[in-house]
Ligand binder design. Structure first.
Ligand code: FAD
Length: 436
């Protein structure tokens, strides 16, 4: 049996791997096809590092049990029939996964190729995500490896389960819910594990299970503080993890539109100014600079830059999403694209698009102006109180804003009133969320 690894880059909590280990009486092999070889956008450097470390970990573990492990890179031959013959396998198993149209095309190609060579291709769903297509049924129980197999002492310091446990130990000391949005406090209050979830080096169910276990222990030790901020932080963290699987489920029903927009020269200029954080409005520009420099920004900043690009700068949503896909360490099509569609107003349109005022968001999220001043040292010459609108100061050190944000905000609202394009009806959305 050949186990195919994609965004499930782990051996623990991996249903396809567990089935192969149980049933592969004559042994099995593991094949990892790197994302770019499956039609995904090029990974960021940090995402690469995380995935390289996971590949090394898996390789070492499999070498111990004398099981072959191969990694196929973008220029390698990705034929699964060839791999099966080379590794002596007569069937292929994988975990169900969603992807953009380009990735799905690879999967369909593999299905056809294996079918014509009479090699069975089994898809299993260990992630509890309700899906259409092969492996589509939602299983009754999440799949987790035996707890002994992931005991603390076996885990290296950079092992994602170890990182999760370290975070759960400090979680009650952090003001998770209040600070996750706030630039400067966000990176210490939230887990920063999204790149591991997206790469599949950590499973959502392992995270839910470990969190529930840590929560129980903390409440048993602190019975009088169950309603305190500390006590509720576990519940809020669990609900975020559940949101991830909710989004991935939605994506299985979401029709992505991969064709890129053709841009006018003026739009190309705006797109590049937005992407590099040079539009003249400090808050969204600072967020894009942080994203380019580090590969991560918090949820509210993601909403802000998306809304700013789509609604105020009027960039095509597909171009905004494609840029974010290239910049996020934790790029996950099942979250980014529905979020872009939510911002655009094409998903759950009864709620309307998310049209945000970048100056108000700046004042709300960064009242001390410390964040924008960090990313724009040139604002030193502008007195406090003018940082989010430096054009109001007589000597603005930044380029003049590309747009008048107030007028652009009003126009975006007016445009929305005229729209009638629907990608998903209200009934589709309710059905997707199991509410009808
Ligand atoms: C436009 C836009 C694009 C986004 N694209 C991605 C993406 O490609 N990949 C991605 O992982 N997240 C994405 N998010 C969601 C969210 O911003 C990140 O998951 C979160 O900031 C990651 O930080 P963390 O690991 O510290 O989160 P924590 O607060 O520690 O949460 C734990 C985990 O829960 C999940 N999670 C948290 N918030 C959300 C959410 N709102 N929706 C779905 N899952 C969530 C993530 O897997 C996260 O790692 C996007 C949000 C927006 C608005």
């Amino acid at each position: 049996m050949l186990v195919l690894l994609a965004e499930d880059l782990r051996l623990e909590d991996n249903l396809a791997f567990a089935i192969a280990s149980d049933t592969g009486r004559d042994g099995f092999a593991v094949l990892r096809v790197q994302p770019e070889a499956r039609g995904r956008p090029t990974r960021t450097r940090h995402r690469h590092e995380i995935e390289d470390a996971a590949e090394a970990r898996i390789g070492e573990e499999l070498r111990h049990s004398r099981m072959p492990f191969e990694v196929l890179r973008p220029h390698d031959d990705t034929s699964l029939v060839t791999a099966c013959r080379r590794l002596g396998c007569t069937s292929v198993i994988r975990n169900a996964a969603d992807g953009m149209a380009a990735e799905n095309a690879h999967r369909v190609g593999w299905e056809q190729e294996l079918h014509s060579a009479h090699i069975p291709f089994l898809t299993v769903n260990g992630e509890m995500i309700r899906r259409v297509g092969p492996g589509g049924a939602k299983p009754d129980q999440p799949f987790l490896s035996d707890d002994q197999a992931v005991a603390q002492e076996k885990l290296s310091d950079d092992h994602p389960i170890r990182l999760l446990r370290d975070f759960l130990r400090v979680l009650p000391e952090r003001n998770y819910l209040a600070d996750m949005w706030i630039p400067g406090r966000d990176r210490v209050s939230s887990s920063q594990l999204s790149t591991h979830f997206a790469a599949g080096t950590l499973s959502s169910h392992r995270a839910e299970w470990e969190t529930a276990k840590a929560e129980k222990l903390w409440h048993a030790a602190n019975p009088e503080r169950s309603r305190s901020t500390e006590g509720t932080s576990f519940r809020h963290f669990r609900s975020r993890i559940a949101m991830r699987t909710g989004f991935l489920t939605t994506f299985s029903r979401y029709k992505d539109k991969p064709s890129r927009a053709s841009l006018t020269p003026a739009q190309s200029e705006r797109l590049s100014a937005w992407r590099s954080g040079n539009t003249g409005i400090p808050m969204p520009d600072a967020a894009m600079r942080e994203l380019s420099a580090t590969g991560w920004i918090n949820f509210r900043l993601r909403q802000l830059v998306t809304s700013y690009g789509i609604q105020l700068l009027q960039l095509p949503a597909v171009e905004v999403g494609a840029a974010l896909a290239e910049l996020f360490d934790d790029y996950e099509p099942g979250i980014t694209w529905p979020q872009v569609a939510l911002n655009d107003g094409t998903l759950m349109q009864e709620r309307g698009p998310r049209i945000l005022n970048p100056v108000k968001q700046g004042n709300d999220l960064d009242p001390s102006e410390a964040y924008i001043r960090h990313w724009f040292p040139e604002l030193d010459s502008v007195p406090a109180g003018f940082g989010h609108e430096p054009w109001l100061w007589f000597d603005n050190p930044l380029p003049a804003p590309l747009i008048n944000h107030k007028a652009a905000f009003r126009d975006a609202r007016a445009r929305w009133g005229k729209r009638d394009q629907v990608f998903m009806s209200r009934d589709d959305v309710l059905r997707t969320h199991g509410l009808s």
